[in-house]
Design a protein around this ligand. Sequence first.
Ligand SMILES: [Zn+2]
Length: 187
Amino acid sequence: MKVAVFFERDGVLIHPVSEGAAVRTPHRLEEFRVREDIVEALGQLRAAGFRLFATTNQPGVTSGAPTRRELDLMHTVLCRKLSLEAVLVCPHPADDACTCRKPLPGLLREAAHQYKLDLEHSFVVSDRWEDAELADAVGATSVLIRSKTNGSGHHDYIVPDFSAAVAKVMEVARDLGTLRVLSEQKP
Ligand SMILES: [Zn+2]
């Protein structure tokens, strides 16, 4: 069995870019700041046998903010710093009828196929309602970090911060017997 934790990228794994009172997604590698304070917590999940992924909607790629090349550079940095398997991207504009723009679950279904993941034993960690919705659609467990973008829809758990989210994933996976299965699979 292969199980994953899917993390929303912006605001969870990286710092958003402040522009006045608002925040936006980074457009250039110089603006791309990975959260260093989460490295240890992610290592705990990896040591338990989880595969780690980031997910992100990047509709700006269509208009070059960021360019595909710049986005790929950012994601090379992200995967290296946080030891992720991959960054799963929906590059389509909001009015495109694609099936991978979150909250639709296309990114997770595709990853499940490509990496042979068991989604029902996998987790989604985010601060946004879209991710709780897509977790629900594929039978994964959602852990929301409390924020203004949590929404009022379904979620499985809500926690105050990133380290509490990781602790919740470990606790639920232990209760479901997932941690035991993963540890037995280790060479
Ligand atoms: Zn898409």
